[in-house]
Ligand binder design. Structure first.
Ligand SMILES: [Zn+2]
Length: 633
């Protein structure tokens, strides 16, 4: 793919939770809880109006549908501020200082006065109907390889409540423990030109954030918004990407999707499809399915719901056209239907016969909606009102397919593809937060923060390669790993070889995560303790992954607990000798036949029995000694 030729432009907006002792606008602990909530309360959505009088269409739509939100809370992690029953307290200065630090590391210019603004949110993720946000500095830059990437702004935001479920009757559950945790926001200019470069820039920003030592690690603590556009396409905002590794793939797939959509416009126009031939004419085709084998449909009909259909003139074949791997134009319509109609999904004739729907039923429904051979039919089984909303959304998406790529806000799927989240919000979504006084950022304050800026990642890279004799690649991997900040501390206090510590940070931790171990449950202090134990010979290198795994499943336990519970106590010399003797005893024939050449297989057998409980070097020494003695006899 020639990304330059298609005019790819990518901008990143990175959000990461800050490790402060209090939330952004109150004194609650910035922490999540796992238990049952102590408090719940139900609220209706209200479409907040900006001062210019604009109402977000998606918010208004949800409001009309009477969507209700059930909020969950406990006392340790939320108070009346999160419940929107008490005005917010002044901005948390600790959070402001961290953002200012990052901003200065990126050579951005701090604003004189910080003004908190309200940004409309429409999904109930905030009890107030808006998110509070403020700009701390503007116009910075970072170096990524040879390239200078402009940083548009560095700001501070409150994190939103997290969704914990959907219930029937238009009720959505949100937990407000996360609401109000400070988030730093760093936005680049849209100057990134390839998927690979997007990942490099994200890594570089992540490195600077971690260098402050003031960000929270682990899944869900970092979220990136990726803005992607190509010539003749549209600006797409992909929101809330949690895994950095997915950034290049998301960009690649989005480019694919837009190119395919542009191709479809041309073909539809060539086929002579017109806006006016896509009519809002819905047919009740329920009678056709009286005896159907399709479970979804028969279940719906049993509770007096309906099957409604719409004809998409000359769309036959287009709905099954693949836009991204496993994702078709029909999928795109289904996403719209789910959002606007709150239905489970749609059926369309391009995928028929399927789901227990027979060819006869398809022929019958085509006849009922007066579909010609070249037409497609989309149908939905749900409450009549929902089905109508869903089909309206499908029709709207079909009309857009004649024009080009619709601008949307999308959400990432686990495989790197994306799905429709909501329409792009219009301009003027921000208005001033009058409950919070502006705060000054004085020259003097900026000077003081400037004087104690953390080392930049590239400076640290230089220093690590020299001081610990690491090659550039490994040193870079350490810095890019989540544990980069711990590396030096651990090496200094544990006396473990730098390469051993590095291997844990760059390989072991990743491998454990891939195997589903929640490494983020193990604290920095515990990791340091593990390495101190390794350095003092209390555990072996091989035992480290096992200890991390155990601790990740037993929170509030110590490293010592782990060592004794998994039986990782080191063998004494006598105990080790016993194992060696017994292995040699069992393999007497082997030793007689091969003499000193039995060394390798013997070592293998002994290590198998003592792995994690003895150091390989002492095993090897012991076996060698005993073997020499045995062959002399
Ligand atoms: Zn609070």
């Amino acid at each position: 793919m020639d990304y330059e030729k298609i005019g790819l432009k990518v901008g990143l907006e990175i959000h990461q939770q800050l490790d402060t002792s209090e939330k952004l606008f109150c004194s609650c602990r910035p922490q999540l809880f796992k238990e049952e909530p102590e408090i719940t309360f139900l609220r209706g959505l209200r479409p907040t109006q900006s001062e210019l009088g604009q109402v977000d269409p998606a918010a208004y739509f949800e409001f009309q549908k009477g969507v209700k939100i059930l909020y969950e809370a406990n006392r340790a992690t939320s108070c009346l501020v999160e419940m929107d029953e008490e005005p917010p307290h002044p901005l948390n200065p600790e959070a402001v200082e961290t953002v200012l630090t990052v901003a200065l590391m990126m050579k951005a210019k701090p604003v004189d006065e910080v003004h908190v603004m309200r940004k409309t949110v429409i999904d109930g993720s905030n009890t107030t109907g808006f998110q509070r946000t403020c700009v701390i500095a503007l116009d910075g830059e970072i170096k990524v390889g040879e390239k200078t990437v402009p940083i548009q702004h560095a700001g501070l935001e409150e994190d939103a409540a997290r969704k914990t479920g959907e219930e029937s009757g238009n009720v959505t559950r949100y937990r407000i423990d996360r609401l109000g945790i400070p988030l730093i926001e760093v936005a680049t200019a849209p100057v990134i030109k390839s998927p690979r470069e997007a990942e490099e820039v994200a890594l570089a920003i992540g490195g600077i954030l971690r260098a402050t030592g003031k960000v929270i690690r682990g899944l869900g603590t970092i979220r990136q918004d990726v803005n992607i556009s190509i010539s003749n396409g549209a600006l797409m905002e992909i929101k809330g990407l949690q895994e950095l590794d997915l950034v290049p793939l998301v960009v690649e797939y989005e480019v694919q999707r837009q190119i395919n959509l542009i191709g479809i416009v041309e073909e539809l126009n060539l086929a002579g499809v017109r806006q006016e031939s896509l009519k809002e004419e819905f047919f009740d085709i329920s009678p056709i399915f009286k005896q159907t084998k399709c479970k979804v449909i028969s279940k719906a009909l049993n509770v007096n719901q309906q099957v409604l259909a719409v004809r998409l003139t000359k769309f036959r074949g287009f709905l099954k056209r693949e836009l991204m791997p496993g994702f078709r134009l029909g999928t795109e319509m289904a996403d719209r239907a789910r959002f606007w109609g709150r239905v489970g999904g749609i059926f369309h004739t391009d995928e028929m016969p399927a789901y227990g729907i027979t060819t006869e039923e398809v022929d019958e429904l085509r006849k009922t909606v007066k579909a010609q051979d070249e037409d497609a039919v989309v149908f939905v089984a749900d409450k009549a009102e929902n089905a109508r909303d869903a089909l309206r959304a499908v029709l709207e998406r079909a009309r857009e397919a004649l024009k080009g790529v619709p601008a949307e806000t999308r959400a990432p799927n686990a495989d790197g593809t994306t799905r429709y989240m909501r329409p792009r919000p219009g301009a003027a979504r921000m208005y001033p937060e009058t409950d919070i006084p502006p705060i000054q950022i004085t020259q003097d304050y900026v000077r003081r923060v400037s004087m104690r800026l953390p080392e930049l990642p590239e400076q640290k890279l230089e220093r690590l390669t020299k001081a610990y004799k690491l090659n550039q690649k490994l040193a870079k991997q350490i810095l890019d790993s989540e544990y980069g900040e711990l590396f030096e501390t651990i090496v200094k206090e544990s006396n473990v070889l730098p390469t051993t510590v590095a291997a844990f940070m760059t390989e072991t931790a990743k491998a454990l995560k891939r195997d589903g171990v929640h490494v983020e449950n193990v604290s920095d202090n515990q990791i340091r303790e593990i390495f101190r134990a390794l350095g003092s010979g209390r555990v072996t290198k091989e035992a480290v992954p096992e200890i991390v795994n155990w601790l990740s499943q037993h929170e509030n336990n110590t490293v010592e607990d782990a060592i004794s519970k998994i039986g990782l106590k080191m063998l004494s010399n006598e105990e080790l000798e016993k194992v060696v003797d017994s292995v040699m005893e069992r393999n007497r024939t082997l030793i007689q036949e091969r003499g000193e050449n039995a060394f390798a297989p013997l070592i293998g057998m002994v290590m198998k029995e003592v792995r994690g409980k003895a150091v390989a070097a002492s095993v090897s020494e012991l076996v060698k000694k005993k073997l020499e003695r045995a062959s002399k006899e």
